[in-house]
Design a protein around this ligand. Structure first.
Ligand code: 3PG
Length: 386
């Protein structure tokens, strides 16, 4: 794969695909982590004298429809603040010869407004390619999508290369997963086993220990023969859970935090895992379990974290996730974290500086961990082969 940092960019029309898909509330960006992650790439390109066109998707609009709520306007505004210079949002750019000054940066409107973007349409890919001399794929978070702006354009652009953010993410993931310092411990939380089955199965081979949390853990607790009451769990996946437990050490909670309702006012009660009643639901791991897991994490060589271990958005069910987060922060291990909820937990407990690498990817991060080839990376490899 070619790298942006190896190419002369001065005076070149450089089209950079970023993942600027950030949450927008009341017309402004509510979490700009992905924008901040893209800044070094943008700054390197403008400093080198490139004419920079940024492109990204936002949300999942109906293709071909220009819905204002999915406009990148709030992203352009926030990017402008972060860069300390205005970033113009260009609404009409297909088939248009954009006239940019060297070092200028503009943002192209949501690529998912364009017909054919999601299916990777060839005509559209060629129209993107015609905008530039160099295409830079820097959107790790969207690298698992074979769409026109992530994949198709790389085939037709005069030159296609990986941007620093994408290259950095791939490096960090490779470091964590190809030759991990041992023991390697993965923490996979979240609501459902069914959505994380492939990643759990991949990690059961590569990890020394696999910590499960949230609704996922409930299915394992049920598989171990305990009553989970009204907890969210997937009865049809108990067999899969048992098979995973036979492959890798999955330390189950010895105590849990339960409540009879799922609400901010719910009263949290700590119980041994074998004493959950029919009218209770498990919403967090208990203090004894959290302390035991934290001790394991302190001695880890590599930690991979995706998903909270409890309903951390509600404080009385957040202690488990907080203790795990702090243990990761204090551990000497190479730690890598990814996924939207995980990033929210990292923000909530303010441990971002103490995690070795925070991925900007959600789905892309999981697919990488599953060992899948990311289509956008494959397209860069193919482009570099010519
Ligand atoms: C993400 O947020 O995971 C990426 O931006 C990809 O978005 P998508 O799932 O809508 O393709």
């Amino acid at each position: 794969v070619h790298k942006m940092t190896d190419l002369p960019l001065a005076g070149q029309r450089v089209l950079i695909r970023e993942d600027l898909n950030v949450p927008v509330k009341h017309g402004s960006v509510s979490s700009d982590a992905r924008l901040r992650a893209a800044l070094p790439t943008i700054q390197a390109a403008t400093a080198a004298g490139a004419k920079v066109m940024l492109m990204s998707h936002l949300g999942r609009p109906t293709e071909g429809e220009l819905a204002e709520e999915f406009s990148l306007a709030p992203v352009a505004a926030r990017l402008g603040e972060l860069l300390g210079r205005p970033v113009t949002l260009i609404k009409e750019y297909l088939g248009v010869a954009l006239d940019l000054a060297d070092g200028e940066v503009v943002l192209l409107e949501n690529v998912r407004f364009n017909e054919g973007e999601k299916k990777g349409d060839e005509m559209l890919s060629k129209q993107y390619a015609a905008l530039c001399d160099i295409f830079v794929m820097d959107a790790f978070g969207t690298a698992h999508r074979a769409q026109a702006s992530t994949h198709g354009v790389a085939r037709f652009a005069p030159k296609a290369c990986a941007g620093p953010l994408l290259a950095g993410e791939l490096n960090a993931l490779e470091k964590a997963l190809a030759t991990p310092a041992r023991p390697m411990i993965a923490i996979v939380g979240g609501a459902k086993v069914s959505t994380k089955l492939e990643v759990l199965s991949a990690l059961s081979v590569t990890c020394d220990q696999l910590i499960v949390g949230g609704g996922i853990a409930n299915t394992f607790i049920a598989a171990a023969g305990y009553n989970v009451g009204k907890s969210l769990y997937e009865a049809d996946l108990i067999g899969q859970a048992k098979a995973l437990m036979a492959k890798v050490d999955i330390p189950l909670p010895s105590d849990v935090v339960v409540a009879t309702e799922f609400s901010e006012q719910a009263e949290a009660v700590i119980k041994p895992v074998d004493q959950v009643s029919d009218n209770e639901m498990i919403l967090d791991i208990g203090p004894e379990t959290a302390a035991r897991l934290a001790a394991m994490l302190k001695d880890a060589g590599t930690i991979l974290w995706n998903g909270p271990v409890g309903v951390f958005e509600i404080d009385q069910f957040g202690k488990g996730t907080e203790i795990i987060a702090r243990a990761i922060a204090e551990s000497q291990a190479f730690s890598i974290a990814g996924g939207g909820d995980t990033l929210a937990a990292i923000d909530k407990y303010a441990i971002a500086d103490q995690v070795s690498y925070i991925s900007t990817g959600g789905g892309a991060f999981l697919e990488y961990v599953e060992g899948k080839q990311l289509p956008a990376v494959a397209a860069l490899e193919a482009a570099a082969a010519y």
